[in-house]
Each structure stands twice: as C-alpha cells, then as structure tokens.
Write a protein that binds this ligand. Structure first.
Ligand SMILES: CC(=O)SCCNC(=O)CCNC(=O)[C@H](O)C(C)(C)COP(=O)(O)OP(=O)(O)OC[C@H]1O[C@@H](n2cnc3c(N)ncnc32)[C@H](O)[C@@H]1OP(=O)(O)O
Length: 404
C-alpha cells in the first residue's frame, strides 16, 4: 500500500487538491471562474491535503463561523470539501485528514466543528453526532389555500439583480442567529453559495417588508418546468433554496407569496426546520407533504469544557456526565452540569456517553431520555435522565438553515 503525508497544500497545489475532491463528489474539476471564487471561500490556512509524493489524493477544508448554541454562540469550523480519490479510499486517508483538522480546531480555540454529511455512516467514528434534523416538504399548490386567519403583517417584493446580491446578506446578518444550529455566513459563503448560484441557476429573490417598512425575511427560489412529453401541462415547480424570516408574520407572508405565483403546481422546500408550520397555515394541511426527514447539521465538540461553558442550561438539579473521547482524550472525564453552568468534577457520574452522543444532546435536538432509550447513554441513575432533559432542552429545535 502506498504511503501518504498530510500537510497544507502549497499555493500551486490547492486547485489540484480541490479538484480531487470535486472528482470524489462526482463533479468536474473547477473551471477558472469557479476557482477564482473558491480560492478565497476555502482559505489556504484552513486546508489540509493528503499527498502521495506531490500528487494530492484527498483534502478537507473549513471556514471560520460562529455557531449558535442555546443561550449563546461559539466559534466553530464549518467543514466542507472532504474527499479522497476513488482509487485511494479505505486506507486511512480521511481518518488522517480529519484527525489533524479536529486537533487544529481545538488548538485554534474553536470548541466545535460542524458539517453536512454526504452519507450518514461516515462521521460518527470521528466523534461527530447528528445535532439537527430537517424536513423536505412538497406543497401541492393545486390543493393548497392559506387559512383566512393567517396574519398579514406586510407585503412581498421581488428584488432586482443588483439588490438580490446585497440585500439578503444584510438581512441575514441583521436577523441574527436566532436558533441553535444557525451559523454566520462569511463573504466567501455568499460569493460561492449565493452570487454564483444566482448567476448559474437563475434564482430569484423576494423580500418581505412589514407595515413599518422594515425588511424582515427573504426567499431565494427558482421555477423548474415539470412538463414532459407525456404531461406537457404539468406546470412549474418552485424550488426554494434559502428562506429566512425574522418573525412568524414574515414567514407567513413569504408562504403567501410563494403560493400566489402563477403557473405553479408544486412548491418544493428543502431542509426546513422540523417545527416549521407550512402545513398548519393551509386549509388542507395534507397539501403539504413531508417527503423526507434527514440528519442535517453534524457537530463535533473539540473542546468539551469550552463548549459546555458557552451555552446556558434549563432549570433542574445538577447532573454529572462522564464523557468518553478516544480521538481527543483531553475531553474525556466528568462534567457537572447545573443551571449555573458546567465544570469539571471528580463526583460520581450519573450518565455516561460518547462524545458523538454528546453532540446530539448539546444543541438540545435530542433529549437524554430518548438517547438512553436507544442505548446511546448509560444511566447509572435513571432519575438523572429527567434532569438532563430539562437542563439541555432548547426553546426551539435546532436548525442550521445554511448549506455549505
Ligand atoms: C463534509 C463533506 O464534505 S461530506 C463529503 C464526503 N465525501 C464524499 O462522500 C466523497 C466520496 N467519498 C470519499 O471521498 C471517501 O470514501 C470518504 C471521504 C467518505 C472516506 O475516505 P477514506 O479515506 O476511504 O476513509 P478511511 O479509509 O479513513 O476510513 C475510515 C473508516 O471509515 C469507514 N468509511 C469510510 N467511508 C465510509 C462510507 N462512505 N460509509 C461507511 N463507512 C465508511 C472505513 O471503512 C473506515 O472504517 P474503520 O475505521 O472501521 O476501518
């Protein structure tokens, strides 16, 4: 088996390394135009590549973001572009890359790494756990009518091409990280995931403005013909890519707008919050069908003590967790969690769990009692599960809302 080394790519090696991952993800290598954006969006100082001699065979990269956690936020690494050449898989390349990246993340003072997984079987072994789920919803517009009691708090306007580039950025920043799991979006994110996509795929942007004239929500969407030779009159589907609203009125206004677009028979909303009430605003809730529920944000706590210190807790008697972490053993040990915060302790543990399961608990997406019920938490004191449920609960289910 060939040897490989993990290191930062030299400047001239970055594009070949990135193209290796593009190939692993079954995409063509980057064009000059794509690379001009990608080279800034995925910074050199946050890239690791694996080389056989001078030939790249795998890569991972991350962007610096803030991650919203219950009651606060933490600096985090948003990991992307993980891949290994198809003829060099299953020989430990990604294990070496991700272990290096996780250690760097911890040393850099980022207590969490986050990602969206191509497959749900890859990342658990590296200590990542599913922290939020999403639903994909298809609305049958031919049967969907808004209930009369859905509030009207403003109006919606379509943006010009120039506004479509700038206004969503300002709005997203102004709305803030209002749910655990949300992340900040840097300039590189907007150039790669928004501007480039508007140009390439002809997305449109609509903005909701309240009665006081304040913009408070936006949706990025595009029409897609459903017509075929057999069914030429199938109409259009509206594919919703990005939808954020600062309040329920703005959300309802954006739904109202999408439902009003002529010639449309289907509205496809991808990766929406589990608790989003798109069905409940309709006279016939079954006109909004959940097509899939999926894992979305995977979190890896690289510095458990710092991560614990960065969030707030609900009201309950304290609980002591014994955390196992073979890959980053500095995290292993017992932590006492109380409404006042978290601290290392020598006290006996109430609950034992691996660090990937801790990630499921951390943002409040999965109750400790559920995780114990499926064997992911070992409870020495079953009463402690009720306390942990209350301590780790989040006011809203976590949702990332940003693809990266
Ligand atoms: C955040 C993102 O970018 S998600 C995108 C991830 N990339 C892709 O899906 C692109 C296509 N796939 C690939 O490039 C590679 O197969 C990768 C990155 C998934 C895995 O890379 P490899 O170098 O083969 O992984 P490596 O050899 O280190 O395997 C480590 C372990 O994970 C297991 N593993 C690796 N890939 C998978 C998989 N897809 N499903 C299940 N298990 C896997 C291996 O069997 C091995 O298990 P072991 O520790 O019990 O022996």
């Amino acid at each position: 088996m060939t040897e490989f080394t993990v290191r930062r790519p030299e400047e001239h090696e970055r594009r070949p390394a990135q193209s290796t991952v593009a190939r692993a993800l079954h995409s063509p290598p980057f064009t000059d135009e794509q690379w001009a954006i990608a080279r800034d969006a995925f910074p050199a100082e946050r890239t690791w590549a694996a080389f056989e001699d001078t030939r790249p065979i795998g890569m991972t990269v991350s962007a610096a973001v803030d991650l919203a956690v219950p009651g606060g936020r933490v600096p985090a690494a948003a990991v992307a572009w993980v891949g290994v050449r198809a003829d060099r898989t299953r020989r430990g390349v990604v294990s070496a890359l991700l272990t290096t990246q996780l250690r760097e993340c911890r040393e850099r003072g980022e207590p969490a790494a986050v990602l969206h997984a191509s497959e749900a079987t890859i990342y658990g072994r590296f200590g990542y756990g599913v922290s939020s789920q999403v639903k994909h919803v298809m609305v049958d517009r031919t049967r969907a009518r808004l209930r009369a009691d859905v509030p009207v708090t403003g109006s919606v306007r379509l943006l010009s091409e120039a506004e479509a580039r700038t206004l969503p950025r300002e709005l997203y920043a102004r709305m803030g990280l209002h749910r655990p799991g949300m992340i900040t979006r840097g300039d590189g994110w907007w150039r790669w995931n928004h501007d480039r996509v508007l140009d390439r795929d002809e997305y449109l942007v609509a903005v909701h403005q309240d009665h006081q004239g304040v913009d408070d929500g936006f949706v990025t969407y595009r029409p897609r013909s459903l017509g075929t030779f057999e069914q030429p009159a199938a109409g259009e589907a509206l594919d919703v890519r990005d939808l954020h609203a600062a309040n329920p009125g703005a959300l309802a206004g954006l739904y109202r707008f999408l439902l009003s677009v002529d010639l449309v028979t289907k509205i496809r909303l991808k990766s929406r919050p589990i608790d989003e009430p798109i069905d409940l605003v309709l006279e016939n809730p079954r006109a909004a069908e959940v097509m899939a529920i999926q894992d979305h944000l995977w979190v890896r706590l690289t510095d458990v003590a710092q991560a614990f210190a960065s969030r707030t807790y609900g009201h309950a008697e304290p609980v002591v967790l014994d955390v196992r972490d073979a890959r980053l053993p500095e995290n292993a040990g017992r932590y006492r969690i109380s409404p006042q915060g978290a601290e290392r302790t020598e006290a006996d543990a109430d609950l034992e769990l691996d660090v990937d399961t801790l990630a499921m608990l951390y943002l409040g997406g999965f109750p400790a009692s559920t995780l114990a019920g499926i064997g992911r938490i070992q409870a020495r004191d079953p009463e402690a599960l009720t306390r942990a449920d209350a301590l780790f609960r989040s006011a809203t289910p976590p949702w990332c809302g940003t693809d990266f």
